[in-house]
Design a binder for this molecule. Sequence first.
Ligand code: PMP
Length: 440
Amino acid sequence: MTHDHGNLHARHRAVLPSWLSLYYERPLELTHGEGRHVWDADGTCYLDFFGGILTTMTAHALPEVTKAVSEQAGRILHTSTLYLSRPMIELAERIAALSGIPDARVFFTTSGTEANDTALLLATTYRRSNQILAMRNSYHGRSFSAIGITGNQSWSPTSLSPLQTLYVHGGVRSRGPFAELSDRDYIAACTADLTDLLGQTAGGVAALIAEPIQGVGGFTAPPDGLYAAFREVLAREGILWISDEVQTGWGRTGDHFWGWQAHADNGPPDLLTFAKGIGNGMSIGGVVARADIMNCLPANSLSTFGGTPVTMAAGLANLTYLLDHDLQGNARRVGGLLIERLRAVAAGLDLVREVRGRGLMIGVELVRPGTDEPSPEAASLVLEAARERGLLIGKGGRGGAALRIAPPLTLTVAEAEQGATLLAAALRHTQDQLAGGGGE
Ligand code: PMP
């Protein structure tokens, strides 16, 4: 049987939206996976360092998750939230306990976008205000309200918004007006900026929403402690803190189970949102909030598919595997080694401006050699060169100039070393290509 790849691409273009972009000049059709590997329709095997955008959290085809899904599918696929759901209650109990938020309540959705929408609905209702603080370079989803808190032009198709959004400095350590400052001074400058901003609003800001490490933004982050300093300012006015843990949750950052724990001096956030990895590909999103905030809605609300039994069974099996095998510890150890290897590679290459991140969430920002200008072109070339060598990675950041590396959390040392070697070759190839080809 021929897979007729070109035809499939043409059919994609003919029937799907133009803004639903694909990676690679010859886009890939992935047909199966196992562990940290995936195969395309032609049978070519790739080491997967992107996990379908940080969503294959433990491993492809993890037997425990497959078993839980098929067993639940054989019993009942759907009941709705009108009836008691044992797997939903059990997963909510476990997430509430892990969240660090006291007296926590959990609401399940089908995506990160809907989780953030819910958090915004809760915060704006609780505070009787539609003013939201968001970070520059942020991404929180694709809905009308989530687009209104997106500080990233490439992902902002409209400026219309139900929210009044004020963008705050601090999510991008190594660029912007405060980049040259020390960590301490950087935090002080961003906090002073926040205080100044609050002094200029009509009053009654509802919440700050922030990704502890910006995902789509290219794995950029503030120094540890920034959000704790922000928290102190926000708390004076009762402004809530929403931590968007859609990419940073479940131990991916190695040092912490949640990204907010790098900013924990003044306690946990008031709300936390999650999605992506917890379902290992099954659609689970959700929001955790203090009971008084979660319960503040004056009307009914439900998500028909949120918390459906098959997804909850998958989430429980996936979370159990993650905790039983200390995958956070694995992310710290193997991720630490991978960052070190990539930093050593980068030291010899003008193309690489910065290797950043923590655990298995690593960004490599590329520039036009000899300049400080971000180079999305170089990133596209490295993606292609890595693919040719059997390695899948992602990209992000302004214009897409940062490579994003986020393998499943079961990554082995041997796989990390293999991936680093392949990426090093792809980077060197691209640097030579740019030098030889007369630039971009
Ligand atoms: N928040 C963050 C930090 C994300 O990275 C994403 C997805 N890239 C979302 C929210 C939206 O999640 P979803 O695509 O599941 O709606």
